[in-house]
Design a protein around this ligand. Structure first.
Ligand SMILES: [Zn+2]
Length: 147
């Protein structure tokens, strides 16, 4: 068993502890690091799962990336893609809805694309979610080349 982040060998207990609390096999150091990120940013655990799945797929994601104004759950910087995980899709308020749209507008103006992914998609269809994001990355890459 190895840490999904650094590839370091981890013991059975550490494997159990990290998969139980975070859903990902991580060494002690990386478990602590991720837990700190979650505490500081209120990061949904689905963002952690997606982060490691994208990393495995070779997409070079960044977790809780600071875009100058706020922290974005995940970002793929070379194609300027921001990914936000929607935690409570059903309980979104109208203020939140318009502020999300405004944020999306500002990031578009700065050349960033923001996509919002419901946490349920990650929970139940992680592989499909990763494939779709890889497709979006390819599309953005193609557009960057055209410009
Ligand atoms: Zn590690």
């Amino acid at each position: 068993m190895i840490c999904k982040d650094c590839g370091k060998e981890i013991g059975h207990e550490q494997h159990l502890a990290s998969t139980e609390s975070l859903g990902v096999a991580l060494c002690e150091r990386h478990s602590k690091l991720i837990k700190k990120i979650i505490l500081n940013n209120n990061t949904p655990v689905e963002a952690i799962h997606l982060f490691y799945a994208l990393k495995e797929a070779g997409a070079h994601p960044m977790l809780e990336w600071w875009d100058g104004k706020k922290s974005v759950d995940l970002a793929i910087s070379r194609v300027k893609l921001n990914i936000e995980i929607d935690k409570d899709y059903d309980t979104i308020t109208h203020e939140q809805a318009i502020s999300d749209l405004e944020e999306a507008m500002h990031s578009f103006k700065n050349g960033f694309t923001t996509i919002r992914i419901p946490h349920l998609a990650i929970k139940y269809y992680l592989e499909d979610t990763v494939q779709n994001i890889l497709g979006i990355i390819d599309g953005l890459k193609a557009n960057i080349k055209v410009i």
